[in-house]
Design a binder for this molecule. Structure first.
Ligand SMILES: Cc1ncc(COP(=O)(O)O)c(C=O)c1O
Length: 366
């Protein structure tokens, strides 16, 4: 088994994307959701072949839909039909809300949650409300919906960023039942689905009225070559495709993602390596930082850490900014996710970098 997460630090520091560029060279960056891996060999070969052919025109055909269907069948025993390509997940979510809902309609989501799932719909003029977890809470809130808007939407992130929680088939079924009763459309961001350590249940077979968005971009580290699939359940409301999004789909991304969905051995190796990193984080915290709240994630390479019971050595609350200054480690602040006091650590890196970062954090807090 090969470990895709052993790229030398010298190579990582030469990368020009956000993760390794945002901070000074003495900082270890475990923040934004990029992985410290090389491309899967089949993906690199496909992109090289694009360049050799000069194949940089418009997207065409169903290559990516077919590759995704084969991957979904093999991975989850589900064959999605009628997927449409969108330039990325978040543009897909916002365009879907625009075609399904009236301007200003309520859009519900969880707390904590990936910040753009709140910020982008809000910027598009929807009334975004973050609710506590739990089906009873959703039922109670949705009961209060007035007749002003014929439809509302619920944005679920499954697996959840930042907690790494994976919702079970039974939970999805219960959600579908309550949403149906209150006229709420379910839209699920399933971008992290291939990175699940437990069995993952796609939403559409459980809730046939739902929509889902998937992409190979997180699991295969392809955000710089972005594309996503918008999946419509067989009983979901009809939607008008936003024409400006169709021509915005990158053909090169389509080729790269089609190749990625065939790289199942690479993905298995990646998941094995991520399990090792997840275990390193869990053991280190239990031994050295037992006051930090942590629940082992079911999916993703993100650890959601509750530092609210601790301070830095200088007596300050443990914030992302203070850890950069005092530990020379960059984590993501919990504040935009809805939880100040929490920090999100990206463990998709080498064992050496991960341990060094954890040791620096332990030395800087009490
Ligand atoms: C839950 C979630 N959704 C969406 C995205 C971004 O996806 P895209 O770049 O395809 O909009 C991310 C990126 O980290 C994410 O974690």
């Amino acid at each position: 088994m090969s470990d895709p997460l052993v790229v030398p630090e010298r190579v990582l520091r030469s990368r020009t994307s956000a993760k390794w560029q945002q901070f000074e060279p003495d900082v270890l960056p475990l923040w934004v959701a990029e992985m410290d891996c090389d491309l899967a060999p089949g993906v690199a070969a496909a992109i090289h072949a694009v360049i050799d052919r000069g194949d940089t025109g418009y997207a065409a055909g169903e290559t990516l839909q077919n590759a995704h269907r084969a991957f979904a069948a093999q991975t989850w025993g589900w064959e999605p039909e009628g997927a449409e390509l969108v330039p990325n997940v978040m543009l897909g979510v916002v365009s879907l809300l625009r075609t399904l809902l009236r301007p200003g309609a309520p859009v519900f989501t969880a707390n904590p949650i990936y910040p753009p799932l709140v910020e982008y719909p809000r910027a598009a003029g929807f009334d975004v409300r973050q609710l506590a977890d739990g089906i009873e809470e959703l039922d109670a809130q949705w009961q209060k919906l007035t007749g002003d808007f014929p439809r509302a939407a619920y944005l679920l992130c499954n697996p959840q960023n930042p907690t790494g929680q994976v919702h079970s088939a039974a939970e999805l079924e219960a959600l579908g039942e309550v949403a149906r009763r209150h006229g709420v459309v379910i839209i699920v961001d399933e971008i992290h689905a291939p990175l699940s350590y437990v069995p993952f249940t796609p939403v559409i077979p459980q809730i046939p009225e739902a929509f889902a968005l998937q992409s190979a971009s997180k699991a295969f580290n392809l955000v710089g070559l972005n594309v996503a699939l918008l999946l419509r359940g067989p009983q979901a409301p009809p939607v008008r495709r936003a024409p400006e999004l169709i021509s915005a789909v990158s053909h090169v991304a389509e080729i790269a993602h089609s190749a990625a969905y065939g790289q199942t051995q690479w993905l298995a190796d990646l998941l094995a390596a991520l399990r090792v990193r997840r275990e390193i984080v869990a053991r280190f915290l239990a031994r050295e930082l037992p006051q930090v709240g942590f629940a082992t994630p079911d999916a993703t390479y993100l650890a959601w850490l509750d530092f609210s019971a601790m301070t830095t050595a200088s007596g300050e609350p443990v914030t992302a900014r203070r850890l950069v200054a005092e530990a020379k480690v960059a984590l993501s602040s919990g504040r935009p996710f809805g939880r100040p006091g929490f920090l999100r650590l990206n463990f998709a890196t080498s064992e050496e970098i991960l341990l060094e970062a954890l040791e620096r954090i332990a030395a800087a807090v009490r």
